[in-house]
Ligand binder design. Structure first.
Ligand SMILES: [Zn+2]
Ligand SMILES: [Zn+2]
Length: 348
């Protein structure tokens, strides 16, 4: 099995998990272009990907999702609540704001006044010049109506009177923008229920984070087990037990508590990060590694490090101290995943 962390951090997350026969992209939190670039850099063939798997709908995990899935024409695996939340996020708000509505009312009133004036001028005998302003008014009206999109079929109907075939052509051409939340295929999984993509068995587990239905994953193939657990406010018992007998563990070590407290984030954001549905601090990660971790992994990859509120050396020292004497040439090697470049593939 192979794990290639393409990016990790609050500006984008994406990891390839591969077996001999199956390749899965976990999260697509960079632009499609950047994801393709990093896959090529890491010798991961984008065309060979079988599926995209999503942990949760935050932007740093889905930024390139729609474009990449459409481009590669591969299915996206996520939970139904995550899918719904993502669709809501991707679908632009269509209801007007109060200010827009007032604006629209004012425009409508002005238009009516203009029409009334034109009609009055036209009805006056001996005023041939009135036909020109009236014609202009009609054009203005068409333009303003098409701008607000209230009469999208008007031009089609007008064309159909002239040429019936033109309407058929127009019907084929989408009159509205393509659905931004369109995905070639969507497959739902359920947290706690094991499923498979190709020859990789996947066990999703619930993580405490402020998203619709956030999940971590254990991947298993050829008796090797790899896990991803980032974006969690604390380590609940279900996560601790999911992370047993793991060979390669991508684990969050998001922030240094002191740096976060003194750092640039606004108070509300600090509260969010520190909360039970925020992110794991170096301290919390070290506590897990010292007390609950079974010590069996070949590699522990520290990920989702905050650029503003953490320093790679601090995260590393904290985890190394927690692992203590269990570090060896074959076990518990600690690596740091990066935001700006892919990590060398880890193969077991
Ligand atoms: Zn998140
Ligand atoms: Zn995240």
């Amino acid at each position: 099995m192979r794990m290639t962390v393409l990016a990790s951090g609050s500006k984008g997350n994406s990891t390839v998990i591969a077996s001999a026969h199956t390749r899965i992209l976990v999260d697509a939190g960079l632009s499609c272009r950047e994801l393709l670039k990093r896959m090529v850099q890491s010798n991961e063939d984008p065309a060979a990907l079988d599926a995209i798997l999503i942990t949760h709908e935050h932007q740093d995990h889905v930024a390139g999702l729609a474009t990449l899935a459409r481009r590669l024409r591969i299915p996206v695996f996520l939970t139904e609540p995550t899918h719904r939340a993502w669709v809501r996020m991707m679908t632009p708000r269509t209801a007007p704001t109060y200010a827009q509505w007032l604006d629209w009312l004012a425009q409508e009133k002005a238009q009516k006044e203009k029409e009334a004036l034109a009609a009055a001028q036209a009805s006056e005998p001996g005023a041939p010049s009135a036909s020109r302003p009236s014609g202009l008014g009609a054009q203005d009206q068409t333009a303003s109506l098409s701008e607000v999109g209230s009469c999208p079929t008007e031009s089609a109907a007008a064309t159909s009177e002239e040429d019936p075939d033109a309407l058929l052509e127009l019907e084929d051409v989408p009159t509205t923008k393509p659905d931004p939340a369109f995905l070639p295929a969507v497959e739902y999984f359920y947290s706690g229920t094991r499923f498979s993509i190709g020859d990789i068995a996947i066990t999703p587990f619930t993580i405490p984070h402020d998203a619709a239905d956030p999940c971590g994953f254990v991947f298993e193939s050829e008796s090797i087990r790899m896990a991803i657990a980032t974006d969690l406010g604390y380590m609940p018992p279900n996560v601790k037990s999911a992370l047993r007998r793991i060979d390669v563990l991508l684990l969050e070590s998001n922030h240094d508590l002191e740096m976060l407290k003194d750092g640039p984030y606004p108070w509300a954001v600090k509260q969010r990060v520190l909360s039970r549905v925020g992110h794991l601090s170096n301290h919390a990660t070290a506590e897990f590694l010292a007390r609950d971790y079974d010590g069996g992994a070949a590699f522990i990859v520290l990920g989702h490090l905050s650029e503003a509120n953490n320093a790679p050396e601090l995260a590393l020292i904290s985890a190394e101290q927690a692992i203590g004497g269990r570090m060896s040439l074959l076990g518990n090697r600690i690596l740091l995943a990066q935001q700006s470049a892919p990590l060398a593939p880890i193969c077991l």
